[in-house]
Design a protein. Structure first.
Length: 252
């Protein structure tokens, strides 16, 4: 049920049958010598297809809150099946597949076009959806752990959210990038999704690459100057809030 981890550490990846990308954000080192707490913050794809065995695992983890970035139609298609979990909707409507289909209709769809549309969707997280990430941090400050953050695949909206959390906690950039790229190891693509699109395009939107996350942080720099200003002004995480987050989610 769980992938191996370093001796004495909990498993980072919990191999759920109905949520292949369910992972723990614990155990990462920070610049001040602490580590992120295990079994406090999880990141995942949606929780609508969990098996009875999966539900037992999630219950054993004590997860009580889910923060769901899916849009309205996505949420309807996969409602959380764990009754004890309170779901908080922080909607970011998906745009990529519709944009890809528009390019397909024009005869202009290629893998490079798909990659650029993915990057632009990440820029839009900053340009148009900062309020949803700000709301997430407000919930994190209320200390609802153990909790799970998810969207549909748990890789893009969730990937950017997880990167922001780890940045706020003081985790180095290279470690954040490694966590982000774990999706390519664990996520099982839905073979029935967007079958009208070419396979190389489906591959581009069914995985992650560093240029996607970099595009989001380029938008941060363009619109806010730097990440620290974005945390303070965009996400309302100033020094007191950051210390409160670290007190909750870091250990010595």
């Amino acid at each position: 049920m769980q992938d191996s981890s370093p001796t004495g550490s909990p498993a980072r990846h919990l191999a759920l049958q109905g949520a292949s990308n369910f992972r723990d954000l614990g155990g990462y080192p920070t610049a001040d010598g602490r580590t992120t707490r295990w079994r406090h913050i999880f990141r995942s794809n949606h929780l609508g297809h969990l098996t009875p065995e999966d539900i037992d695992v999630v219950r054993a983890l004590g997860v009580r809150s889910a923060f769901d970035f899916r849009g309205a139609e996505e949420r309807t298609a996969g409602i959380c099946v764990v009754d004890e979990i309170a779901v908080h909707s922080l909607p970011i409507e998906p745009t990529v597949v519709a944009a890809l289909r528009a390019e397909l209709a024009k005869g202009a769809l290629t893998a490079p076009v798909a990659l650029e549309l993915m990057r632009d969707s990440y820029r839009n997280y900053v340009r148009h959806n900062t309020h949803s990430f700000r709301a997430l941090f407000g919930h994190l400050l209320e200390d609802r752990a153990p909790l799970v953050i998810h969207c549909t695949a748990g890789k893009d909206r969730t990937g950017f959210a997880s990167a922001l959390i780890l940045h706020a906690l003081g985790v180095p950039d290279d470690v954040i990038a490694e966590d982000y790229l774990l999706t390519n190891r664990f996520y099982r693509r839905d073979a029935t999704a967007a079958t009208d699109l070419p396979e190389d395009v489906r591959s581009a939107i069914g995985s992650v690459e560093t240029s996607y996350l970099a595009a989001a942080f380029e938008a941060v720099d363009k619109d806010y100057g730097d990440l620290e200003t974005y945390l303070r002004d965009g996400l309302k995480i100033g020094p007191p809030e950051r210390e409160a987050l670290r007190a909750r989610y870091l250990q010595s």
